[in-house]
Each structure stands twice: as C-alpha cells, then as structure tokens.
Design a protein around this ligand. Structure first.
Ligand code: ZN
Length: 404
C-alpha cells in the first residue's frame, strides 16, 4: 500500500483526500486535496469564485512520536452575506484555527479534567496554544449545567501571549479541578462576569473559593457571595516564599561579589572567595523539594547549614512555611503558622520579614485553605507548572523537615 493511501485511510479527513506525505525533521506533513469546489464562508454563504489562494498548515494529533501537520490550499472569497473578503471554512478545522478540530477537541476535553501543564506536555504544544484553544473551544462549549452544584471553586489567572493577555479560569474543586468558566482578562471585573452568569441563587450555595493573594478576586467574591470562605491558594503562598528566598540569595550573592572585587591579586586574577563560593550554584538547591535534591545540591545546602549562613536560615523558614501543608495528623495548623510568624518577623532578614507581614495579613485565608483541604491536589498540580517557571514551588509529598 502506498503511504498516501495508508494516510488517507488512517486519517479519514472529512472533505479531503491525502495527496502526499512528507517526512520532515519537524514532523510529518500530510498534504490534502479538497473534494469540494465551492468555497464556503463561516457565515454559511458559498460561491465558486476565488478571491485569492494560499497554503496553510494545521497541527493535527501526533502520530506516535511524530508531530503531524495537515497542509492544504486555503482560499478567500468575497462574501455577499458578510459584505467583505473572508477566508473559506475547511471541514477539519475551526475558522481561524491553526490546529485541527480533533486536536482542539482533545485539548478542550483535557482542559476540563486536568491542568494546562499536563496538557502542554501530553500534546506537546505551547501554553499559549492551550490558552487560545481553551478560550475558543472550552468557553463556547461550556454549558450552563457546569455552574450547577458548585460549592468549592478555585479562581486562577493564566497568562498567554508572553504575558500580554490574561484569562480568568474558574475550576471546580469537587470535580478534580474541572474548568467550569473561562473569561478574558484578570481583573475583578472579569470575575464579576462569572458571578453574573452564576446568578444569585447559585452564588448563595458557594462555600469556599481559593485564589491568589492579590485581592481583586477576593473583593469581588466577598461582594457577590459573602458567605464564601476565601482561601489563599497554597501554590501562591509557596511562590511568595520562594520569591522572598530568591531575594535573600540575590542580596547574599551581590555582597559576596563586592567582596571579591576588592580582593584582587596584583596579578589581576580574582582570588577565590569563600563567601561567593558558598552562594554560587545554590539557586535550585534552595528552591527544589529537599527530597528531590541531587548530591551536589545537597552538599551545597549542607555547606550553608554548617556555616549557619543567612541563606540557610531563610531556606529553613521557607520549608517551615511549606510544612503547613503537610502537617502530621494532630498538629494544629494555626499553632504552626503562628509560631512561624513569630520566628519570621524576628529573623532580621529583610525579605523574610516582609514575607511574614504579607502572610500575617492573609493568615485567615491561608488557614482556611488548610482547614478545607483545598491544598494538596492543587499544589501537586501546580508543581509541574512551577517547574517551567522561574520560581519552583514543590510538591506536598515530601516528609516534614526538622531544622537543626
Ligand atoms: Zn459570509
């Protein structure tokens, strides 16, 4: 059987035949020949008159380990219904899409069941693509029934197009974080639209909502569903702690480097500086889950520990805050957090003192999340997310650490 025939049978693309197959370093490119002569506008109007032609590629579902692209001529027409030049529709993709309908449907299906990082890894496409598809497909497909029986929700902001555009995503904690609502924007006004759609009756049934600590979402939730307990999303709490720790490391590094600058040998060579060596290469050792450290990272951490380095003290504070989300049975979260706050505000490390102030402001919301158990699944899902971001938050599964 010829490759084109095989692909024709296997892909069974509606309204087109496979005309050729190309194996390229980027993946398999299947060129299609359209069966229909008529051009159809997205509005439904059709004609045989071609305005102009070009070639377009659509990403299709992977074929084993290879990316698969469909390639076909796509034409534009002057639509009498719309009164302007428009691009024809093709049976295998939605208007304007660069992915096939099958691909988008799989993304949409997964978006309602798992987090976006898992999707990007599974389907090997970018975060931006997932976000764009989520808006186009999930948002139009989400029926109102998803908003029934909502009790515990998570509100999250997702950025795409390199941080220039934002989505507000509402997920249902009681259905494994399934996406129930997506809106463009990240302001309180975006979440207002969610509450508009939810309506008074359903909003009155909400019990808890987890979110970041910025305040815009919390304010809207408090106004539209005042009985809801607002919880601080553990992922964002750990992220704040990691940011503070990174700040401590930066300060320590700059100090050590300045010291190096002074101690130049007459030969011009920089004398090895023990202070700088301690701080060097510690970034990931400090941010990673202690259970996942490499031997080298563990050694770097041990050196800091032995010298009671400021970085070690800051790291221990970060880990103790994370312990809040993995306390053994019987330990009181409020007592643990209060003890942490007392230590952190007296530690004399500026970034950690500042962190303790933020944490104190949100004490209630942070404890609410622990109390309602809106932490574990959420944190684990976000571990993958953070692995690709600059600041790593770590999983909840590691055993609690005792600081020396
Ligand atoms: Zn039209």
């Amino acid at each position: 059987m010829r490759a084109t025939t095989a692909f024709n049978k296997m892909l069974a693309i509606p309204g087109a035949d496979v005309a050729g197959v190309q194996f390229t370093p980027n993946g398999i490119v299947v060129s299609l020949r359209r069966r229909a002569r008529r051009l159809r506008c997205p509005c439904g109007w059709s004609t045989r008159a071609v305005y102009d032609r070009s070639t377009r590629r659509w990403r299709h579902l992977d074929l084993g380990a290879a990316r698969l692209y469909l390639e076909a001529e796509i034409r534009r027409l002057v639509c009498r219904g719309c009164g302007r030049v428009r691009t024809e529709t093709v049976p295998w993709a939605r208007p304007g899409a660069r992915f096939t309908g099958d691909f988008e449907d799989v993304v949409a299906y997964l978006a309602q069941r798992t987090d976006k990082t898992t999707i990007t890894r599974l389907l090997r496409c970018s975060w931006e693509a997932v976000a764009a598809i989520t808006v186009r497909v999930v948002a139009t497909h989400l029926d109102d029934a998803r908003l029934e029986d909502l009790y515990r929700i998570g509100v999250d902001e997702v950025s795409y197009r390199k941080g220039h555009r934002y989505l507000t995503v509402v997920a249902d904690h009681d259905r494994d974080g399934a996406v129930v609502w997506v809106g463009e924007g990240k302001s309180g006004a975006t979440l207002e639209r969610f509450f508009d759609q939810l309506g008074l009756e359903r909003a009155a049934r909400l019990q808890a909502a987890s979110m970041d600590l910025h305040g815009a979402y919390a304010k809207v939730t408090g106004a539209r569903a005042p009985q809801t307990r607002v919880c601080a999303d553990p992922f964002h709490v750990v992220k704040l702690a990691n940011h503070a720790l990174d700040e401590v490391r930066r300060v320590a590094w700059n100090r050590a480097r300045q010291a190096t600058g002074i101690k130049r040998r007459p030969s011009g060579r920089i004398r090895t500086n023990p202070a700088a060596n301690l701080v060097k290469h510690t970034r990931w050792a400090l941010l990673k889950d202690p259970a996942a450290l490499t031997d080298q990272q563990q050694a770097a951490l041990d050196r800091l520990r032995r010298t009671r380095h400021v970085l070690f003290r800051a790291w221990a504070l970060k880990e103790e805050l994370r312990d809040l989300y993995r306390l053994p049975e019987g330990r009181r979260p409020d007592a643990h957090l209060d003890a942490w706050l007392a230590r952190a505000c007296r530690c004399r490390i500026p970034a950690m003192v500042a962190l303790s102030k933020t944490i104190r402001t949100h004490r209630q919301q942070i404890l609410a999340a622990v109390d309602l158990g809106l932490s574990n699944s959420k944190l684990e899902a976000s571990t993958a997310r953070s692995a690709s971001s600059t600041t790593a938050a770590t999983a909840t599964t590691a055993p609690p650490l005792s600081s020396p």
